[in-house]
Design a protein around this ligand. Structure first.
Ligand code: DXP
Ligand SMILES: NCC(=O)COP(=O)(O)O
Length: 250
């Protein structure tokens, strides 16, 4: 087994195909095909496919979730708000993973992590609904000890740390500070027995430092990877991201 294969086993890549759907929804066409994009990403070495079924359906549609969850060869991670509607869809469609995320209609993208601390009971009940049908449930949270503690108390076995503040840092100092927050949060979450994922705003240039954090075992990456795919194709964009992750992991 070569060094790259070893690194791949340690750090998994989930490719988020939301923004393939964004392009399709911009014109209401049938193309580009989200399922074909998912197959191409998996063929190029992605471990799973992430889709965020937003309540406003601005990109991914219910039919995309239906089609992807029909395909045995594709492990689907469904990002969803903690609502009755979304829980019912998850329970009906049974993705392998679900990740509870916060949503605000007017936001351009997911601006922060789920506030688990203020709604521990509701989050715990949502996790229990997902676990009852064997869906692995994760919480998308900020790298904040109080939220991590609340996630563990709510019964989460998996968390995904929001890397947006790191990705958006305007100075090297700010980037280092955010990176240290993520590393410390990952250590704390792992010490509480949770599996740690990370994502949001990651690209080939900034992913290496996140990949170097041992406790993080999965990254979910979409917007920048799909943007790169416009120039090099999805397969090459996935391979480039894997190479950047593996280089960072060392
Ligand atoms: C929760 C998350 O980080 C991703 O789903 C990301 O939000 C992609 O979708 P949007 O660009 O619609 O936020
Ligand atoms: N959960 C993060 C994700 O799925 C992808 O986020 P982004 O790379 O599109 O910002």
């Amino acid at each position: 087994m070569n060094q790259n294969a070893t690194a791949r086993e340690r750090l998994r890549l989930g490719v988020n195909v939301d923004h393939v759907a964004t392009l399709r929804q911009a014109r209401g066409t049938r193309y580009p095909d989200v399922v074909a994009a998912a197959h191409a990403a998996i063929a190029a070495g992605a471990d799973s496919i992430t889709v965020h079924l937003r309540e406003d359906r601005r990109h991914i549609q219910d039919a995309d979730v239906d089609a992807l969850t029909e395909i045995d060869a594709i492990a689907v991670n469904l990002e969803m708000a903690l609502t009755e509607e979304m829980l019912a869809i998850a329970v009906a469609r049974r993705p392998r993973d679900a990740c509870l995320v916060p949503e605000r209609r007017e936001e351009l993208t997911t601006e922060g992590g789920l506030d688990v601390a203020s709604q521990r009971e509701a989050v715990g009940a949502g996790i229990a609904r997902l676990h009852a049908v064997d869906i692995r449930a994760a919480l998308f949270i900020d790298p904040d000890d109080a939220q991590i503690h609340a996630a563990a108390a709510a019964g989460a076995s998996h968390i995904e740390l929001h890397t947006g503040a790191y990705a958006d840092a305007q100075t090297e100092e700010e980037g280092d500070e955010q990176l240290a927050r993520i590393a410390s949060a990952a250590r704390y979450a792992a010490s509480l027995g949770m599996e740690v994922h990370a994502g949001h705003g990651l690209n080939v240039d900034n992913v290496g430092a996140i990949a170097a954090i041992d406790e993080i075992v999965e990254l979910n990456i979409g917007h920048a990877l799909i943007a790169d795919a416009l120039f090099v194709g999805i397969e090459q964009a996935v391979r480039d991201m894997r190479a950047a992750m593996d280089a960072g992991r060392g």
